[in-house]
Design a protein around this ligand. Sequence first.
Ligand code: NAI
Length: 246
Amino acid sequence: MLKGKNAIVTGATRGIGREIAKKLAALGVNILINYRSNDKEAEELKIELENMGVTALVYKCDISDFDGVQDMINFAKEYFSKIDIMINNAGITKDTLVLRMKKEDFNSVIDVNLKGVFNCIKGITPIMVRQREGNIINLSSVVGIVGNAGQVNYSASKAGVIGMTKSLAKELGGRGIRVNAVAPGFIETDMTYALGDKFKDEAKKSIPLKRLGEAKDVANLVAFLASEESSYITGQVINVDGGMVM
Ligand code: NAI
């Protein structure tokens, strides 16, 4: 039963994060919508979630800002008193071959995708330990498992998220806290929009299910992992990729 639980979703105003927020809200979960810049999108989502009958809070904060993240988590704790679910979804890409990759391209992706997740788990862990329950779900990627030309920075960050997930699951399992990672394949969002139709058509051919994924395909798995239905699952990396990586 997820009804009445409280969740933080980072990068919640569009793409996969938005679908996760909507899916959890549809199941009765109150949501803190974290976002980085677009106030209008955040307010629209808040209204949409409230219309589903849950409490929705908005909090503007760049997840690569350690102190900002601690303030956000403390705000959520004060408002909700309990935080049951932390979804570390926010992420960026700065794709290019390593020959052309600037040190800034590497650092910014690591700062958001890897250190950003650390900032969130650092803030949420003491709260969940005190509660003696909690559920952390990190968005990794299949490229963190198999690598991808042009994504040395991104794949390193997502592989790092997998290591972090497994280590944290081992640290926190005895405290009633589960930690899992979701590894999407090729999902149609703003992040993949720029790749163009030709590239996407080629990609579809190599995917056993012959289609790109939708954000809701990922949200459905996240909702399962957030629920008691998955109560014996921790430290896992589960692909949502139409069979692309197996
Ligand atoms: P998206 O680009 O559509 O949305 C990402 C969201 O994160 C945006 O709302 C953005 O503003 C937010 N964000 C970015 N940096 C942030 C920061 N520093 N602080 C707070 N918010 C920030 O991306 P999409 O596709 O929805 O991706 C969501 C997650 O899933 C990401 O972690 C991504 O790496 C991962 N993923 C996506 C795949 C895809 O095919 N779309 C494949 C594998 C993983």
